[in-house]
Design a protein. Structure first.
Length: 316
């Protein structure tokens, strides 16, 4: 299979995703979510076809007759290629679970809205659309290299007026009321089958927090967005905080052992510490207990709390 077709598919894919984002950010477009979904599905389909062609994987529908392939064709004789859902369900798909779930969600929404008048679903599913765009650029770069990145085209839309708390409450109630029952039912059924970890994945649904801020220093006046710490009061009602604290206090294992011994747990040793982190899979980054820096593992304060509780329970 020639690379020229793969490159052509890739360029079509990139152009379709840029178009999808431009449509969504256009304030004059009323049905932006619907148009974004349709166009982005075309984009992802081209991307997956380009990937499979690059890998030499036949993505045409066929059936075997003896030892020969008989390809399915349209009534005008063109090959029938895999649709996006088949592409992402294929065992050779390179997509992670969160990205695949995001695309399955959008495909399902497309099926529900293509023959149904829909209003005001933008805010209801906007986090899924944002994730779709970011996932696309990430996978594009992984598959074909940084030179193909379209990240500069994935910009945030600008809003011309702030929203008060009362306006936000009214809008939320209206969005809930205006969502067609078939769309609402699909979302409920789809997400009921996902694990909690899958629902929280930023690859499935990407939420951004905007906070109106007053500044008291000149060099802060140009900041349009405030990124908040996950441990702060502001973060308590936020499901996803995108930027963690810039610098956390870090501890070496020996420091934690000495700390526990100084607190009166004299029998606690490096042996018990190692047993504990292994039993809790403590170095798995999903737990956010620590970080590897220059081949050395450092533990965060929240891990020290786990160790302290362990010492109390086992009366070291």
């Amino acid at each position: 299979m020639g690379r020229s077709i793969s490159n052509e598919l890739l360029e079509k894919s990139k152009e379709a995703m840029v178009s999808a984002v431009q449509i969504y950010n256009n304030p004059l477009i009323k049905f932006k979510s619907e148009m974004f979904i349709i166009t982005s599905i075309i984009s992802w389909t081209y991307l997956m076809h380009a990937y499979y062609r690059k890998k030499g994987i036949d993505y045409r529908y066929f059936r075997m007759q003896g030892k020969q392939k008989r390809y399915d064709r349209t009534k005008n004789g063109a090959y029938k290629h895999w649709e996006l859902e088949r592409c992402i369900n294929e065992k050779s798909s390179p997509l992670d679970n969160g990205t695949a779930n995001n695309l399955r969600f959008l495909i399902g929404i497309r099926h529900e809205i293509e023959h149904q008048k829909t209003d005001r679903i933008d805010e209801y599913i906007g986090a899924k659309l944002q994730a779709c765009a970011l996932n696309y650029n990430r996978e594009l770069v992984k598959m074909f290299g940084k030179k193909h990145s379209i990240r500069d085209n994935l910009s945030l839309a600008i809003q011309f007026s702030p929203i008060s708390q009362n306006q936000e409450k009214t809008l939320r109630e209206e969005y809930e009321k205006d969502i067609p029952n078939n769309v609402r039912n699909f979302i409920t059924e789809f997400e009921s089958e996902l694990q909690e970890e899958e629902l929280k994945s930023l690859y499935y649904s990407y939420k951004i927090v905007y906070i109106p801020i007053s500044v008291n220093r000149a060099n802060q006046a140009d900041k349009a967005i405030e990124f908040i710490s996950p441990d702060s009061e502001k973060a308590k009602n936020v499901e996803h905080v995108l930027v963690k604290a810039v610098e956390k206090k870090k501890y070496l294992p020996g420091e934690i052992v000495n700390m526990m011994q100084n607190e009166g747990y004299s029998k606690f040793s490096m042996h018990y510490h190692t047993q504990l982190w292994k039993s809790k899979d403590g170095k798995n980054t999903k737990h956010n207990y620590g970080v590897k820096v220059s081949k050395q593992w450092y533990w965060y304060e929240n891990w020290v709390d786990v160790v302290r509780q362990y010492c109390k329970q086992n009366k070291f």
